[in-house]
Design a protein around this ligand. Structure first.
Ligand code: NAD
Length: 431
């Protein structure tokens, strides 16, 4: 096996050959990647089942489907995005012309998490390819089947000096981060994001950090409560709550709380049945450690739905906890599991104060029929992105750059934002 130093050196030589700058070559690579995914869809779904018990329909939509959608959208627009654009020149520079030329950084490192282990590895990889970079991808060790499938798909079909998957645990990431990459794209926890940012500082490597946090979901009393319950449950319980933009907790106006809880309970029964057991087609918790962490929250507040778990299968059923306060343990860190705490409020000003008092969330949701309430929330709080009267859906639009702010991350991707993220824009004046 080539050392990481050699790997980066070989990729940089390949980059300097100029091959990846050719847009036709990038299109050829993305087309090949798309076909590989299409031809191996069942292998991908099987790996996700083995790693996370991920339901097939969910995996088709949120892993394979999202990646294919991104690649197809990129293929459609790449020539236009990659073109050098002429911009006006001020009169003081008479006789000159000005251009902005998108330029790939060189060799990119992509570090991926385990919760959507295929999508969150391949979407940034496709962005790196589209922009004309070479790339090293490090998938998560907590989803080993998907990691080894990614290694097989990429390493057997592309030259190592262009694209390479390196499998391994924390030590592998640590060792890779010692190398001089031209770009680092990291998706994972805020704690590890800080380690990555420190490592990147050594070479002043530009970095995107796609991190997590506690995403609040505000339900104002004028909301359509039934619709809110359906959309919150869908966003929260997909992948057993192990979604970076899942509603982490609910802030509901006092007079609507009971109605919301009743509707949420109904939706859980409609979606998963009356007697939920670990045989349910429902994602499992990724590891014993996370199972342990999550089950410790189950005695917080008042249990109003769910609460059962099965350690042998790392299964926790959809659970709702009422009478929660910001002091409870479930409110200290991102939950990342199928446990939904509910906190009530009287006035919206309490919501503003509570959310401002915590790190900026990756997502924030508000359910209301009142434009003034919507504006008040959107204009007064800082967060990565939002869906109003919905959850998660903002993340799946090619036209909305996706990323966090503050402790939920820096930078963004998806659609053209992926191309932009992996490109440096050279400003050139020609006299
Ligand atoms: P993690 O930070 O533990 O691990 C992510 C990656 O970093 C893995 O590949 C892992 O091997 C590597 N890593 C772990 N420790 C490291 C260290 N000390 N030094 C260098 N590399 C290290 O995150 P996770 O548990 O895989 O994922 C869950 C977190 O990711 C949650 O906080 C979630 O919100 C966040 N997340 C964010 C997004 C987003 O798009 N913003 C998407 C998914 C998950």
């Amino acid at each position: 096996m080539t050392s990481y130093q050699e790997l980066v050196k070989n990729q940089r030589s390949f980059f300097y050959s100029g091959k990846t700058k050719d847009v036709a070559f990038r299109i050829e690579t993305l087309t090949k990647l798309k076909e590989l995914i299409q031809n191996h869809e069942q292998d991908i779904l099987d790996a996700l089942k083995a790693d996370l018990n991920k339901p097939e329909a969910e995996a088709k939509r949120a892993e394979v489907g999202l990646v294919l959608g991104e690649i197809e959208f990129t293929l459609k627009h790449l020539e236009e995005w990659a073109a050098t654009k002429e911009v006006p020149t001020p009169a003081t520079h008479e006789g000159a012309k000005s251009f902005i030329q998108p330029d790939p950084y060189g060799v990119a490192l992509v570090i991926a998490p385990w919760n959507y282990p295929f999508q969150l590895a391949v979407t940034p990889l496709a962005g790196a390819i589209a922009a004309g970079n070479c790339a090293v991808l490090k998938p998560s060790e907590l989803t080993p089947r998907t990691s080894s499938l990614l290694a097989a798909l990429i390493n057997e079909n592309f030259p190592e000096e262009y694209l390479c998957v390196v499998e391994g645990e924390v030590e592998t990431s640590t060792a890779l981060l010692k190398e001089n990459f031209n770009y680092i794209f990291f998706t994972g926890s805020t704690a590890v994001g800080k380690i990555v940012a420190k490592a990147a500082a050594e070479y002043l490597t530009p970095t995107t950090l796609e991190l997590g946090g506690k995403s609040p979901t505000i339900v104002h009393s004028d909301a359509n409560i039934e619709e809110a319950a359906v959309r919150i449950a869908r966003g929260k319980f997909a992948n057993a709550g192990q979604t970076c933009v899942a509603p982490d907790y609910i802030l509901v106006q006092k007079n609507s709380k009971q109605a919301l809880i009743e509707k949420l309970k109904e939706v859980i029964i409609t979606s998963y049945g009356e007697n939920i057991s670990s045989d349910l087609d429902f994602s499992h918790i990724v590891s014993e450690k996370h199972f342990e962490r999550l089950t410790n929250y189950l005695d917080n507040g008042k249990l109003v739905a769910g609460g059962n778990s099965d350690r042998s299968k790392l299964f926790i059923e959809p659970t709702i906890l009422d009478e929660i306060s910001f002091d409870d343990s479930v409110m200290q860190d991102e939950i990342f599991g199928p446990i939904l705490p509910i906190i009530e409020y009287d006035e919206l000003s309490e919501v503003i104060a509570a959310v401002r008092n915590r790190p900026n969330p990756l997502a924030l949701y508000v359910f209301t029929q009142d434009q003034r309430v919507q504006d008040y929330i959107l204009n007064n709080l800082s967060f990565g992105g939002s869906a109003v009267n919905d959850t998660i859906s903002h993340m799946t639009s090619h036209y909305l750059p996706f990323g966090g702010v503050g402790e939920s991350g820096m930078g963004a991707y998806h659609g053209k934002a992926s191309f932009d993220t992996f490109s440096h824009f050279k400003s050139v004046l020609i006299r």
